[in-house]
Write a protein that binds this ligand. Structure first.
Ligand SMILES: [Ca+2]
Ligand SMILES: [Ca+2]
Length: 134
């Protein structure tokens, strides 16, 4: 006989430092990728989150399949002016001062991760795929 389980069990005890997940969406920047450094890459929107994030506690990285992930530079589009990344706000992400992505990256699926620092350690809390169109 099948047993129906009603409700959803809570994951983790109160105070559990385990991953708190967010949902992110990535939108390709209209600017074309070049063989120079510091290209504009994409806009990362925090589409679902249960809290706000201080920029100093965030890390965004991107990697092509099988390749090293590199930390990106990012700038907050702070629509409510509180200095924090909240749900519905976004980060403009750019290449670091090193050419990582260029014309050869166009059309490829790049993994994007967002990580949050807790007690000195960064934990991945969300991920998405960026496929540059130009
Ligand atoms: Ca904000
Ligand atoms: Ca580049």
């Amino acid at each position: 006989m099948a047993v129906m389980i009603a409700g959803t069990a809570a994951c983790g005890a109160p105070g559990d430092p385990g991953p708190q997940k967010v949902e992110i969406a990535v939108g390709d920047a209209p600017e074309a990728l070049t063989n120079m450094a510091s290209d504009k890459l994409f806009t990362l929107t925090l589409s679902k989150a249960s809290k706000t994030y201080a920029l100093i506690d965030l890390s965004i990285d991107a990697s092509l399949p099988g390749q090293t992930a590199y930390a990106l530079e990012f700038k907050l589009n702070d629509t409510n002016g509180d200095g924090l990344l909240g749900q519905g706000e976004s980060l403009g992400c750019t290449e670091p001062p090193k050419d990582l992505f260029n014309a050869t990256t166009v059309g490829k699926a790049v993994s994007v991760n967002i990580a949050e620092q807790r007690a000195g350690t960064f934990y991945r809390v969300g991920s998405a795929t960026w496929t540059p169109a130009n």
